[in-house]
Design a protein around this ligand. Structure first.
Ligand code: CTP
Ligand code: C5P
Length: 354
């Protein structure tokens, strides 16, 4: 290590706007190249200057990255072009970035300085997920594009939309699948998804350990679609009620039943990785029953079930009826009003900027 100690400190930097499991996977790989991972995040002004305003505020972006389990420290206001002074200031040995080129507003490679000094390493970018891709999926959900019978025509007229479709490799067949028929072949809710989930990826993201004897077990359930700052704040609070947090993820079909439209935006595999990347989460139930049952409570040895302030769809009965009668249900306030739907709204309003 450059700092004279035996500890290797790794530097990563970026915007980390709309954090997704691709970012988390880059951070995971970076951490594996050393002992401590330090992540520098650009502030709003810096991002605006180089590529236009971010969707999330710097405070939200800092908080999201701090919640990723491979991150040891976050450095705020990191410069867009990585300098050797920055690496030295934080005692970092080298800088790590995904294998794509990032340019500053002046057209220089953001990593030219650290590359020239041989203090740069690359990790593999995660295929099939990016902010552009996620924004594309959200735009594909806009009602006016799909609830008429002429979606392809409407979309084809829209140049911004066409560019996005090209970037996301969506063709009009994919469009009809997503927009017109939920029961169509392929991936109905996340038709633009090119990400290939594997058991290895789940293994890499998982802690691979169960609760220790005496651990108080907290259970939460939901969609956790487009994993965001509201989820992060909620899980941090949920964790404070116990030692081991289990997240029950509803299947795509269940989420679609209560959210409607083309939700969820991320399929269950993607939602598993997003939730596993959170440092407050210890285990995930992949496809949890909507109703929190006796079997589930016993099997997972649940001590307390926690839910936030968001609406609980109860047309077919209260899913938390059982834990409530057992006196094991707590309603908490995450302090955040961000929801998946609000993010989609924000993006659709600003869509021409992407
Ligand atoms: N990254 C990755 N895989 C992805 C997306 C991002 O490995 N699918 C990596 C980038 O290569 C970079 C880090 O995540 O090392 C954070 O960079 P940031 O500037 O926030 O991300 P973008 O490259 O802009 O990602 P996106 O296009 O998804 O916004
Ligand atoms: O809506 P979703 O099913 O993804 O929510 C998962 C959990 O996160 C729920 O308990 C919900 O109440 C909570 N949440 C929260 N604050 C937010 C968003 C979600 O407490 N802003």
């Amino acid at each position: 290590a450059t700092n004279g100690s035996s500890e290797v400190r790794v530097w990563c930097d970026g915007c980390y706007d709309m954090v997704h499991f691709g970012h988390a996977n880059a951070l995971r790989q970076a951490k594996a190249l050393g002992d401590k991972l330090i992540v520098g995040i650009h502030n709003d002004a810096e991002i605006t200057r180089h590529k236009g305003p971010p969707v999330f505020t710097q405070e939200e972006r800092y908080k999201m990255v701090k919640g990723i389990k491979w991150v040891d420290e976050v450095v705020e206001d990191a410069p867009y072009v990585t300098t050797l002074e920055t690496l030295d200031k934080y005692n970092c040995d080298f800088c790590v970035h995904g294998d794509d080129i990032t340019m500053s507003a002046d057209g220089v490679d953001c990593y030219h300085l650290v590359k020239a000094a041989d203090r740069y390493k690359e990790v593999q970018r995660t295929q099939g997920v990016s902010t552009t891709d996620l924004v594309g999926r959200m735009l594909l959900m806009t009602k006016n594009h799909f609830q008429k019978g002429d979606s392809e025509y409407t979309v084809a007229k829209d140049e911004a939309m066409q560019n996005l479709m090209k970037k996301c490799k969506i063709n009009s067949e994919g469009l009809s699948n997503i927009g017109m028929d939920h029961k169509a072949k392929g991936s109905p809710w996340t038709g633009s998804c090119q990400f290939l989930p594997t058991t290895q990826k789940i293994r890499q993201f998982s802690d691979g350990r169960g609760p220790s004897p005496g651990d108080k077990i907290v259970y939460v359930a939901g969609a956790f679609d487009l994993f965001h700052i509201g989820h992060m704040e909620f899980l941090e609070k949920a964790k404070s009620f116990g030692d081991f947090v289990i997240v029950g993820l509803h299947t795509d079909l269940v989420v679609n039943k209560y959210k409607g439209g083309n939700y969820p935006i991320m399929n269950i595999h993607e939602r598993v990785l997003s939730v596993l990347a959170c440092k407050y989460v210890n285990e995930v139930v992949i496809g949890a029953p909507y109703e929190v049952s006796k079997e589930l409570m016993d099997h997972c040895k649940v001590d307390v079930v926690v839910h936030g302030q968001t609406y609980i769809p109860s047309e077919h009965g209260d899913p938390y009826a059982l834990p409530k009668t057992m006196g094991k249900f707590i309603l908490i306030d995450s302090g955040s009003t961000v929801t998946t739907e609000k993010i989609v709204e924000r993006i659709i309003k600003n869509r021409l900027e992407y």
